[in-house]
Design a protein around this ligand. Sequence first.
Ligand SMILES: [Zn+2]
Length: 350
Amino acid sequence: MDKQFEEWHTEIMQQIHAAQTLSELQSLRSHWLGRRGIITLAMKGLSSLSIEERRSQGQQLNALRETVLDLLTSRQQEMEMAEETTQLQREQFDMTLPGSWPQTGLLHPITRTRRFIEDVFLRMGFSLEYGPEIEHEWYNFEALNMPANHPARDMQDSFFINVPGMVLRTHTSPVQIRAMKKYQGRLPVRIIAPGRAFRRDDDATHVPMFFQVEGLVIDHGITLADLKGTLTTMAQELLGTDIRTRFRPSYFPFTEPSVEMDVTCASCGGTGCRVCKGTGWVEILGSGMVHPVVLTNGGYDPSQVSGFAFGLGIERLAMRIFGIDDLRLLYQNDMQFLSQFQSYIGRPIL
Ligand SMILES: [Zn+2]
């Protein structure tokens, strides 16, 4: 090989080897092989040579050109692979990281509390009953021993509608009458009736639409002891086995005697604080032995059977279970507020 060509060959080898980037390789390519590249020009200059020199140098130049092309190509591939590897390393992800979860919905605290109450009573052998939210006055009042002129009606400021004799039920108690009529004298009656009720109230502890669970048990020989046992079991299932209950005499037209059940205050555990007004107790439900008039209206003979009934507000229990201090928060549909109960683990997620 001519000395000139050998020098070029060495120079090219060094340059290609030293190149660090694809653009450097590109410059080398045009420097040697481009339209005005060194090898290209040398090939053009062959025409001025004798035939023998032209053949000899032409072959050498062609060989050199092939070598340069091969080197450039393989170096380029090398660089591209290196770049890909670097990129893969840069973009590698940790498969042990937790995945990103889609936001899932969850049931409202009131729904969860209602299901929790239902679960407790279903396990005690109760069954579920439902009644209409627009109710006959007879079922809502008269049948429950509240005639039209009865002062107890004042305790339940009612929504009447434009259909005479109909009312948005002020409590779930009319389902007691409906259940008794459905059972037609059969025993035992052992039902709970969850649902909405409506009253003209609106403040920090009352809303115009609220949820109640009604309970009714009728059989031979049912006593106040059955009432106390059942409701204390319920309270301990819902609020914890360390909870204590007490029963205070009260008045409801549809029960006689009537009692209200208190549970130990969640804030102070029973020693007395601001929440419980220093008493250590918080009221959670009203109950009593079913009034003979109510039994009769339901088709049962009060001289043969007896029973107890209760009604509890789901909101109040939900506030206690979930630690919510304002009833109205439950009805504002504020996702930020509601989603904080996502990871609530104090009770089974129902
Ligand atoms: Zn307290």
